[in-house]
Design a protein around this ligand. Sequence first.
Ligand SMILES: [Zn+2]
Length: 175
Amino acid sequence: MQEAGAIRQRVPLQAVEQPSLHRRRCAHEIGLVDHASRTAQLSAGAAPMENGLQYDPLEAPEPEEWLAIDEAERIHLTQDYHRRARIRLPNEKLHAVFHVVVENQIALGDEMPVQSTVHRLMAEGLDRHEAIHAIASVLAEFMHDLVNNPGSSTESNQAYFAALQRLTAEGWLVP
Ligand SMILES: [Zn+2]
């Protein structure tokens, strides 16, 4: 009994926020949680498309260049990366769409707290691809709610930003 009390005392009151079950389910459906081995990711580089464009989530694209690419092409480039990295996904297209939405938000810089969240998660130990997946899992949860519960969407941006603030590398990597 005493030992149990001692253990309890060591647990901080504000434990790391665990992703909700709902968020985890969304993340699984989009293939965000099966972290590819970093070796495979690195070997996926250096094979630009015919038009010279290439996407690599480990390196931030130039915002102006990224936003200048046609949206469908951005999705295509993202799918191409995951194929070259041999990352198996339950739904390639959906996974790519979430990448593109997060990259678009990153490219907006200080207009949204997404770029700063990527930087913080990377400082906490995630690589850039993992950080994008972690953010996409939050986004997926909010979009799911938006579709299924449209009445509650008035302040969804604020709620999304608040959830990004609570997102941590540690919380994301919890198995
Ligand atoms: Zn990915």
